[in-house]
Design a protein around this ligand. Sequence first.
Ligand code: 3PG
Length: 395
Amino acid sequence: RTLDDAPALAGKTALVRVDFNVPMEDGKVTEDTRLRVALPTINKLRDAGARVVLMAHFDRPKGKVVPSMSLQPVVDDLEHLLGAPVRFAADCVGDEAKTMIADVPLGGVVLLENVRFHAGEEANDPAFAAQLAELGDVYVNDAFSAAHRAHASTEGLAHLLPAYAGESMRRELDALDAALGKPQKPVMGIVGGAKVSTKLDLLKNLVGKLDRLAIGGGMANTFLFAQGIDIGGSLAERDMADTAREILAEARARGCEILLPVDFVVATEVKPGAASRPVVAGQPLSADDKILDAGPASVARLVDALTASKTLIWNGPLGVFEVPPFDTATVAVAHHAAALAKAGVLTAVGGGGDTVAALHHAGVADDMTFVSTAGGAFLEWMEGKPLPGVEALRV
Ligand code: 3PG
């Protein structure tokens, strides 16, 4: 159920779960994407004549009031982006919040303090959810990136008030459906990042769904090692070699082509501008050598594979993209994916932590079909797990 399914909202108070868990330094928001993605829902509700009460968590205060984890610093940024005043309630439940909400005019906005200051939030305590429910008439969940948590404000409330998906939630779900739910085939995945162990469930789920899967980053080293290829002193989980071989066998059995790097960029130290050299997979490496990026032949293979695909789902960089020149493969592949997406021939969806940073670094985040704001929720969705916050919104 989306906001378009909601009956007349004029005069109602909408309790909106947003994800304002934004990067902050010294009490200042340093990256405001998650504030921006909440604006369409907030504005839609304001335009409909509703009062908007925003609920969010920040960091992990574990049920205690931790002043450094207050949401207060978000208020200025939000007011600026909205072009409207935002009142701040110093506790997310109780009489003070109730009075403040009753006092704001229709179309007004209140931000509640960090819901995780109460232990009932993460415990999904029905009594705490009921206290939140007292503050509004309808519940809107616009926090896809927190939907993997079955907490009071992300799940419990959906059972207590008429519940709807907000605009950002709807956009995320539509994009994810286009990428893995009902994708146009062939579907290609790119999974990178440091460790196989953190992405085991994800890899197992994907090999059953994709036509081809490119594995990059540190985790590719584990797969190469498992195939007897010399990886020198590279980062790898050597004890996961059996698991890597099992995943490769499963992929073969399910008809998913696995693309591992066929050449690399190797250096002995990970620092900007470090001397590096190209190496073809299978050549001997020394114990000091570290594979830090995919090489040009690997990039060319990925570019060809992308050109032959209709859908891309991307999680994780292909090399140590934070340290140039080891960003070369990630940037080149990102540019190609974004160009195909812009030309309308590839549905290109990326998400999860580092991926967003890598796409921004490549300067192509805006050209992708969709870039998710989610970290953990994106990964759990790629693992094929139901997300409690989304399930609770189903009719
Ligand atoms: C995120 O930043 O991924 C979400 O806000 C969820 O935060 P959490 O991992 O603390 O639940």
